[in-house]
Design a protein around this ligand. Structure first.
Ligand SMILES: *Cc1c(COP(=O)(O)O)cnc(C)c1O
Length: 434
């Protein structure tokens, strides 16, 4: 049972608790969540319009694909809790981690054979970068240590991932002397269905050719750029990257932390293009939103290259690596996902969002409306008034968390049609208010 009154809780929260991208003390009052079930968050107190339950339009940032308190996930975690919640992974191993790694190898593109389990998405990106740099170091090309990406990306908040985030969105001006200087190509032309722009490809190739000698890898989010601006591009650009990386001897990293596990309409966004990266990062929906877990997968060639080197090990090993509870949740989440026709559910939500958001395109202040897989985005022509937009969504019974000029949703795959419609209406209401 809760031990703090809502007032006390919020006072302590404001005084002591950092929230994502927040000031201290906090300036906006967060909603207090008491519990969650299915696609609904239950709040401690009624909010705007007297709502005490909000349909979650955010899947807790791409993660809760099966909704909350799913009986199969609850049971899997409880069962694992009865064995052990954690043991160190150095010198020890266990079935939840081994099963998960084997499963990930099986469902990701074939050349990916080896799995490093990390404790957050950002750490998996760190590990992916370390794999690439160490591969070149181990194979006698230590000068190959820069990264190339395109603008508009997001890869996490620790320093090396931050260095490949969009330079403006990632506030690189704050970190001039601190961040490694990476290379940036322009953002790929927008549109999932857009044809490959030959001029863009030529420009990208020119950049790559010029820097091939010191480039370790290209890192991008395939098809959907998430927190960097919610833009979609054609899978043709992934084929372009694969060809250029092969031509110039540069590794290719796909950060599928947001897109993995069906969100974009394919199990992995790489599947839209039929290409395989050399390294792939997974996270967010990996445990169905239950616990923090991420993974960096790599090819046999990278693993062998590293293991032949002067330091023949991948020198990384988080304390909570391979956490059994998290792995058990991930195994159960994958059973659930792959045991159903997930693509039909994603398509159904895509259809609902397309229908529900169509009218938003004509609203004053709306710059663009786009939908891809179970992701719906309304981009305004001005920065969102976040408190006003959040409140308008809550009045409509939905939890949304807009940022910059974007009001967006990626509902749990179990969201019923009626609730998808409600979410779309709330996004529209937020666009009007924000
Ligand atoms: C969220 C995200 C990350 C960072 O993951 P954390 O678990 O928040 O560290 C990295 N890359 C992409 C594409 C993401 O969406």
């Amino acid at each position: 049972m809760p031990q703090l009154s809502t007032d006390t809780l919020l006072t302590l929260d404001r005084a002591h608790v950092w929230h994502p991208y927040g000031p201290m003390p906090g300036t906006v009052t967060p909603y207090v969540v008491e519990s969650a079930s299915g696609v609904r968050l239950r709040l401690a107190e009624p909010v705007a319009g007297g709502q005490r339950e909000l349909v979650d339009g955010m899947s807790s940032w791409w993660a809760a694909i099966h909704g909350y308190r799913h009986p199969a996930l609850d049971e899997a975690v409880r069962e694992q809790l009865g064995r052990m919640s954690h043991v160190m992974f150095g010198g020890l191993t266990h079935e939840p981690a081994v099963r998960l790694a084997a499963r990930l190898v099986e469902i990701t593109p074939e050349p990916l054979q080896h799995v490093f389990l990390a404790d957050s998405g950002s750490v998996s990106v760190e590990v992916a970068m370390k794999m690439c740099l160490q591969y070149w170091q181990s194979t006698g090309r230590p000068q190959k240590r820069r990264l190339l990406t395109w603008r508009g990306g997001y890869h996490g908040d620790t320093f090396h991932p931050m260095s490949v985030c969009d330079p403006d969105g990632g506030m690189h001006h704050l970190w001039g002397g601190v961040l490694p200087g990476q290379l940036f190509a322009p953002q790929p032309p927008a549109g999932f269905d857009a044809p490959l722009d030959a001029e863009y490809a030529a420009q990208f190739e020119e950049l790559m050719a010029r820097h091939a000698g010191d480039l370790a890898a290209v890192i991008v989010e395939p098809v959907v750029q998430g927190a960097g601006g919610m833009q979609f591009h054609s899978p043709a650009y992934l084929r372009m990257l694969r060809e250029l990386c092969d031509r110039y001897g540069v590794l290719l990293v796909f950060d599928e932390i947001a897109t993995g596990f069906g969100r974009s309409g394919a199990l992995f966004a790489a599947d839209h293009a039929g290409v395989s990266p050399d390294v792939m990062c997974l996270g967010k929906a990996l445990t169905g939103g239950y616990l923090t877990l991420a993974a960096a997968l790599c090819t046999g060639e990278i693993a062998e290259g590293i293991s032949r080197g002067e330091m023949p090990v991948l020198a990384h090993g988080p304390t909570f690596m391979g956490n059994p509870l998290a792995c058990a949740a991930a195994n159960a989440s994958l059973d659930l996902l792959l045991g159903q026709d997930w693509a039909v559910e994603v398509k159904r939500i895509e259809g609902g969002l397309r229908d529900g958001l169509a009218a938003a395109a004509g609203l004053p202040g709306v710059h663009d409306v786009r939908v891809q897989g179970a992701i719906g985005v309304v981009q305004l022509d001005h920065p969102v008034n976040v408190p006003a937009a959040t409140e308008a969504a809550a009045r409509a019974g939905v939890w949304l968390r807009p940022f910059r000029d974007l009001i967006y949703t990626m509902p749990p795959y179990v969201t019923e049609d009626q609730d998808v419609a409600r979410i779309a209406a709330a996004v529209t209401a937020a666009a009007v208010a924000g």
